[in-house]
Design a protein around this ligand. Structure first.
Ligand code: 4AD
Length: 437
């Protein structure tokens, strides 16, 4: 005390270890509270961690003790106390309370600490985000984005932001969100790829990181209506090199998350050893081999069919690391994919399937760089030539072999975190018939 006033440093829970034996002030929210009449145990969270604050009536006095008693779940507060190292405490430190200031006493909190149904939780997503599990997921998401950027920035890529409003489709015309653009029709982007191909011819190696929108009426644990994609595109790059970049990127992201998010992975009860096993090179199967394997395992599937979720889960289940399936039939893949010169009925493309049933986390391919072949594909796919004229133009002026891929952020985060459904891998999920909050 100095002149009757408590002197303390304001800090965060994460940094308490620097202040053992000293008085500090922490500002945050009341997560939980226990009381034994003469002692109250306040669990306070501040975004960086959780700390138990112990208020002893005989030490803090009647008034402070009453303030502690008035605090409800999620009340905002400032608490001042002495930092004590305690191995049994979550986080390793405890605060012996000296003073408490209630900033706002919360009304009865809807997301109480008991179990809730998922619809209730999604309706209260704005509050649900405060629990340790959701905090951990937001943190992991931020670190995955950071890892992706670190890897690509360090490997000579330049980040470029493609438009969100587009005049044409990239993947499949049935899944577009349509909107008015003055007197024209516009669509929310499904993928920035076509634009990234244009900038790759300016910068060589580029990537985007942003949202994609698909009006797919599929309600699965792997589909969102709005999701985020990382889309690298590389000039002078072939199919082989494309796969190498993908596996190196994934290994880097896994290592970064292991290094920076261990406490969060523990909150999520993720099997960390499984993540440590993720090393390059990743196993590969051709589409042909995958079909044969599925047939041998009694799946009713024939050459030319696309895989469903059960097929992907079974195929990836053979391995402890992601699996590439390459060279799908051209007929079931996008119009822009380069056919295999030795076997034009298959494309130089690959999907990366995550282990444990998380499905496709990356889709990529070498792109058609020949003007006439691309023009022919436009005709076969009945695509309007006028809206794609600029894309065809790229093949007229110094066209080069190039390749790229799209990494789905939420599926990657769901896999790394070991969560059941990708809706928790983004702050405010947009799902079929769910636009609120
Ligand atoms: O395989 P997709 O459709 O590929 C493309 O859009 C390419 N234009 C990308 C490129 O080559 N630049 O999507 C890529 C990835 C998928 O592997 C998946 O991880 C994710 O995006 N994805 C979704 N994630 C959540 N919800 C959805 N509805 C998704 N659709 C695709």
């Amino acid at each position: 005390e100095r002149g009757g006033k408590l002197v303390s440093t304001t800090t965060t829970i994460r940094r308490l270890g620097d202040f053992v034996g000293q008085a500090v002030t922490v500002q945050g929210w009341l997560y939980n509270k226990r009381s034994s009449g003469k002692i109250q145990f306040l669990q306070v969270r501040d975004g960086t961690g959780l700390v138990q604050c112990v208020a002893v009536k005989a030490e803090v006095g009647e008034e402070t003790f009453a303030t502690c008693a008035s605090l409800t779940q999620e009340s905002s507060l400032r608490v001042t106390g002495l930092v004590r190292a305690d191995d049994r405490a979550p986080g390793g430190y405890e605060l012996t309370v000296q003073a408490v200031e209630a900033i706002q006493i919360a009304e009865e909190y809807p997301v109480s600490l008991k179990e809730h149904g998922v619809d209730f939780l999604l309706d209260h997503r704005h509050l649900w985000l405060r629990v340790p599990r959701q905090r951990a997921l937001l943190k992991i998401r931020a670190e995955v984005e950071r890892a992706v950027m670190n890897f690509l920035d360090g490997d000579g890529f330049t980040r470029v932001d493609p438009p969100v409003l587009t005049p044409s489709s990239c993947e499949d015309t049935t899944e577009l969100f349509q909107t008015k653009y003055f007197d024209e029709e516009a669509y929310l982007t499904q993928s920035g790829q076509l634009y990234m191909e244009a900038v790759a011819m300016s910068l060589g190696k580029v990537y985007s990181l942003g949202p994609a929108f698909r009006a797919e009426k599929s309600k699965t644990r792997r589909h969102l209506i709005e999701f985020w994609m990382v889309e690298p595109e590389m000039a002078f790059c072939d199919h082989e090199e494309n796969l190498r970049v993908q596996e190196n990127l994934i290994v880097h992201v896994v290592n970064h998350v292991l290094e920076h998010c261990e406490p969060e992975l523990h909150v999520l009860e993720r099997d960390i050893d499984k993540l440590r096993a993720i090393q390059a090179p990743f196993p590969r199967m051709t589409y042909d081999e995958a079909i044969t394997w599925l047939q041998q395992h009694d799946y009713d599937i024939k050459w030319g069919d696309d895989f469903g979720a059960p097929h992907e889960t079974a195929l990836a289940g053979q391995f402890d690391r992601p699996l590439f399936i390459e060279r799908y039939p051209t007929a079931i893949k996008a119009f822009y994919m380069q056919p295999d010169p030795d076997r034009p009925e298959v494309a130089l493309c690959a999907d990366m399937l995550a282990p444990d049933g998380y499905g496709e986390i990356i889709g990529g391919s070498q792109r058609i760089h020949d003007y006439n072949l691309l023009k022919q594909r436009f005709e076969e796919h009945h695509l309007p030539q006028d809206t794609y004229a600029w894309y065809l133009d790229l093949r007229k002026y110094g066209s080069v072999p190039h390749a790229g891929f799209g990494l789905g952020l939420e599926r990657t985060i769901a896999w790394l975190s070991g969560i059941e459904h990708i809706r928790e891998a983004i702050g405010f999920p947009r799902m079929l018939y769910r636009l609120y909050p």
